[in-house]
Ligand binder design. Structure first.
Ligand code: NDP
Length: 307
């Protein structure tokens, strides 16, 4: 039995609709129903842990998404198993978004918008893929896939992770000792790190200082990775060229936030990529069966590492 557990009303509705459409009747229930005491798995986004901890059969807390920072892993510890969603269409959706973002800068569409407002006709160069250096922070399910796809298109790709990686046609860097070298090559820096205790605020002035002049940032990780005021300062000074932001420390981004008005910032409302609901529901149903039968789980998270 799967219980839907979220403190976000909009997400509650999404999950109810998705389970109604894709899960067999009787396989899931709402948090306030009598069946919840039989729940073995909770599907969650900012769950009510006080409530979940009262459920006697609960073994697994399953993120409805790729990220797990919203689950409060510090509190969960090793009390429950934790899983997340990994999916090829999810990866492909992210690549579509990022390819658009890279082309936006590569083909100077950011300039085109400025020039249109000024009614100014000035042509810009056509940069080839092979000239452009893309740096990807995080080389997991998302970042690793993006690195391979961009490399296959002929871009110069480098990537950075915690542990060393070996990806064909990608310059792989790992750990603190390689960070400066990695950043020095990233004309377009893409963040696909999971949010953990030790990388909050990583996109800040000390990182920006290490990027090439006029570098661009694409943040698809989490809003808390970014120190927003540092970004604004570096854009205003001209040290950075622009930023595409999909995630924010507080979502929805508040009215009148300076980022809304900034002409060098593109804002998308956390839509870079979502796994199809059918996939989300089926992965959770599958993991519920596995946890009941004591089998290995799909896409299990290391709660101590935080991702
Ligand atoms: P994975 O867990 O598969 O990969 C995480 C990667 O980040 C790994 O390569 C890991 O290194 C690296 N990493 C983690 N911490 C550090 C650190 N402190 N220093 C260096 N590298 C680090 O996650 P996914 O690729 O599936 O997803 C990543 C994130 O992308 C999600 O957590 C979510 O926040 C975001 N996301 C955003 C979406 C959106 O629509 N905006 C959609 C989907 C995901 P190592 O391999 O060595 O462990």
């Amino acid at each position: 039995m799967i219980v839907i557990s979220t403190t976000v009303p909009k997400v509650q509705k999404w999950l109810e609709d998705a389970f109604l459409q894709y899960a067999p009747q009787g396989s899931y229930c709402l948090a306030d129903s009598e069946q919840a005491i039989y729940a073995t798995t909770a599907v969650s986004w900012f769950p009510d842990l006080d409530h979940l901890e009262k459920l006697p059969e609960l073994k697994l807390i399953h993120s409805m998404a790729a990220g797990v920072e919203h689950l409060n892993l510090d509190r969960i510890g090793t009390q429950y198993k934790v899983c997340r969603v990994v999916d090829q269409l999810h990866q492909k959706g992210m690549f579509d978004y990022l390819q658009w973002g890279v082309l936006y800068y590569q083909r100077f569409f950011d300039q085109a918008f400025v020039q249109k407002r000024q009614q100014r006709w000035r042509q810009y160069p056509q940069r080839e893929h092979a000239e452009l250096k893309i740096g990807i922070m995080g080389l997991g399910q998302m970042g690793g896939y993006m690195a391979k796809q961009f490399a296959a298109l002929g871009y110069q790709v480098s990537g950075w992770s915690r542990s060393p990686k070996n990806i064909a046609h990608v310059s792989c860097y790992a750990g603190d000792e390689d960070f400066d070298t990695f950043l020095g090559q990233a004309e377009i820096l893409i963040n696909l790190l999971p949010l953990t205790e030790n990388n909050q605020g990583i996109l800040s002035k000390s990182l920006f200082d290490l990027l090439p002049e006029q570098a661009c940032i694409i943040n698809c990780g989490r809003g808390q990775h970014l120190v927003e005021q540092d970004l604004i300062n570096y854009l205003d000074s001209g040290r950075l060229r622009g930023a595409i932001l999909d995630v924010f420390s507080k979502e929805p981004l508040v009215e009148n936030h300076p980022l809304w008005q900034h002409e060098k910032v593109v804002i998308t409302p956390h839509v870079a990529s979502h796994a199809p609901w059918s996939v989300v529901v089926n992965q959770i149903l599958e993991n519920d069966q596995r946890v009941i039968q004591g089998q290995a789980l799909l896409n299990q998270v290391d709660t101590l590492k935080g991702y």
